[in-house]
Design a protein around this ligand. Structure first.
Ligand SMILES: [Zn+2]
Length: 289
């Protein structure tokens, strides 16, 4: 069933788990995410990143994702990831997305608030949830979905300030906040060091779900700690995309009589296995208090 982000994360808050948000720029990854969620009977978020429009236009994949969500037996949110303007936000909402992210985190706080308020006003009128970002999330430069230049050793100054976060959420009335506390987009070149104290403070202050970007590639222990500290949406992409590519590479090396359609199935199954592993950690029953 198609649900808003707010509904999906409210249940996650009650159950102390996180919902996986998977960027699905190919039909293989979209099918992998849906099959994984159905097999585990877990809620998910199918996301389309504006940055992936060159791989898969939103006009093409959007209606497919909405259709998949409507037919699903589990709660599914169809979400726009890192929307840069009100134009793309309106386009996603017109297609039927039930959640949008407006990313104005690179702007001044004042401009960020202004831009987000405008999006919230429009989205809430259409019963669509809004995620916004505060603090700066950089990219490792390896397979990241964003174009921001940066590296993993980002300065703590770029992390989300818990006091400003409270003010930001009160002013904008967003439904979820993407916070920066040590994760980066893309493939990690060294073990990430997360600031759990900051994360806890942010969650206590804002009283709405926290979103973790750059959420693939962490240890099971770190996932559990972030969930217990208030993370309810985990953006998971790079490592699943890598798993798909590695499986295809292996298949090509082992087989001589190749057909492209077989490669799509090999990729889909590898991505699905990776998603299933992630979802089972995110919704681990051991976490429920
Ligand atoms: Zn992101």
């Amino acid at each position: 069933m198609l649900v808003t982000l707010k509904e999906n994360l409210l249940k996650a808050e009650e159950g102390n788990y996180a919902v996986g948000a998977f960027n699905v720029p190919t039909l293989e990854s979209a099918r992998a995410a849906m099959e994984a969620a159905e097999e585990l009977q877990a809620p998910i978020i199918l996301a389309h990143a504006e940055a992936h429009n060159n791989i898969m236009p939103i006009e093409l994949i959007g209606p497919i994702l909405i259709d998949m969500a409507r037919k699903a037996t589990v709660p599914v949110t169809v979400h726009l990831d890192h929307g840069s303007s009100i134009t793309i936000i309106k386009k996603a909402i017109a297609i039927g997305f039930t959640s949008v992210m407006i990313d104005a985190s690179h702007m001044s706080l004042q401009e960020n608030v202004k831009r987000v308020k405008e999006v919230v006003k429009y989205a809430h009128q259409h019963n669509v949830s809004v995620e916004a970002e505060l603090g700066v999330m950089t990219s490792s430069g390896i397979g990241g979905e964003e174009t921001y230049a940066g590296n993993q050793d980002q300065s703590v100054d770029l992390y989300t300030d818990p006091i400003i976060a409270k003010e930001f959420v009160e002013k904008t009335k967003i439904d979820a906040l993407a916070a920066s506390f040590g994760t980066v987009h893309g493939i990690y070149s060294s073990v990430p060091q997360l600031d759990f104290e900051r994360l806890k403070d942010i969650h206590e202050n804002i009283k709405i779900p926290v979103v973790m970007h750059g959420g693939s590639g962490l240890s099971k222990k770190d996932y559990i700690r972030t969930i217990n500290s208030g993370v309810r949406k985990i953006n998971y992409y790079s490592y699943s995309a890598k798993a798909g590519a590695e499986a295809v590479k292996k298949y090509i090396n082992l087989n001589t009589n190749l057909f492209y359609h077989d490669l799509t199935i090999v990729a889909k199954n590898a991505i699905k296995d990776d998603y299933k592993r992630a979802i089972s950690i995110f919704t681990n029953k051991e976490l429920v208090k």
